[in-house]
Design a protein around this ligand. Sequence first.
Ligand SMILES: *[C@@H]1O[C@H](CO)[C@@H](O)[C@H](O)[C@H]1NC(C)=O
Ligand SMILES: *[C@@H]1O[C@H](CO)[C@@H](O)[C@H](O)[C@H]1NC(C)=O
Ligand SMILES: *[C@@H]1O[C@H](CO)[C@@H](O)[C@H](O)[C@H]1NC(C)=O
Ligand SMILES: *[C@@H]1O[C@H](CO)[C@@H](O)[C@H](O)[C@H]1NC(C)=O
Length: 362
Amino acid sequence: MAVAIIELLVVSCLLMLTGCLGHFNKHSALFVFGDSLVDSGNNNYINTTTDFQANFWPYGISYFNPPSGRFSDGRLIHDFIAEYAGLPLIQTYLDPRNNEFVYGANFGSGGAGALVESHAGFVVDLKTQLKYFGDLEKRFRQNLGDAKTDQLLSNAVYLFSCGGNDYLTPVGNNDSILYPYTHEQYVGMVIGNLTDVFKGIYEKGGRKIGVFTVPPLACLPNIRAGRPGNTCNQELDIIAGLHNQQLSKKLEELEKQLEGFRYAKFDLYTEVSKRMKNPSRYGFKIGDRACCGSGPLRGIYSCGGKRGVQEFELCDDVDHYLFFDSFHPNEVASGQYAELFWNGGSNVTTPYNLKTLFQLNK
Ligand SMILES: *[C@@H]1O[C@H](CO)[C@@H](O)[C@H](O)[C@H]1NC(C)=O
Ligand SMILES: *[C@@H]1O[C@H](CO)[C@@H](O)[C@H](O)[C@H]1NC(C)=O
Ligand SMILES: *[C@@H]1O[C@H](CO)[C@@H](O)[C@H](O)[C@H]1NC(C)=O
Ligand SMILES: *[C@@H]1O[C@H](CO)[C@@H](O)[C@H](O)[C@H]1NC(C)=O
């Protein structure tokens, strides 16, 4: 009898142990870098202007109360990804209430680009985001030791949304910053800087990169609102296309050059375009104008009334607008993009989807 109980205990301990290890293994961490499409509120904690913040009503109305600083009515793509991966909401790095980060960290900053010049002084640029990640890596090594840190960092997925801000401001405003360069050269600098950050993560032990293509910037409600006849800006479309081509090429090269480097590239450009052209097919009513803002297409970036223009309109049915404000998707759209990135086939996410990327090398 006593023996049987001991055996039972041994067996249940082993089960618990494997259960436990399985549990530990299941939770690859998620680190998030880039711009407003993935900023969970870092910009609430920097010295900037309300142009680069969204921590006021009606931002957040569908999910966060008080508003979190996300540039949307609700959750963003990476929030849904975290949920699919069995993780809690990923902590915002600059929020002083956070200090653990064992499930990952969010470094995203609205307005940031790959170039330090993009909105310099108002955002956390991508190089600084990488530096913060390096600080965190050192803390992991101190607190967890090298073996556990290496495991955490190599199993983790590093998600990027970057590039839009490098193009929107200079091209959208026909700014001279572009003119010393050809489009190819300028895009080459953006991709070059993005690649430097991918390599920086690899050097610290990261192996799995998830990245969005840039969305169709040319026809964003904000861009159209600023143009005669509210037309799209074809130059922005050309440059977005170049970015997405160079990004694909660079990722293929990195996979060959860097032992163990893996990536998943989500075709956000195509998915946003399809919904803008045919919103009703995806459950939206309006695909070309924003829910919140003012002026033509509610394209003036005044949602919340705190960015210089006080008057703004808010639509009645937030869920039916692909764009919440004149740049950013609503929560329903972000959920759809996340689902495709997580589960989609090779026509939307290449060469893997995130579900596979999270499970690799276990
Ligand atoms: C914040 O930025 C403004 C304008 O750029 C500047 O005048 C002010 O000194 C800065 N405040 C801090 C605390 O850095
Ligand atoms: C943009 O600026 C360039 C150089 O200053 C000028 O040649 C071109 O006409 C401008 N384009 C538009 C659409 O304003
Ligand atoms: C990164 O961007 C800077 C401008 O901020 C540029 O001078 C540099 O050449 C870029 N780096 C790469 C590798 O393209
Ligand atoms: C991907 O391809 C499959 C099969 O060809 C198709 O059913 C599906 O709609 C495509 N998905 C997207 C998002 O284009």
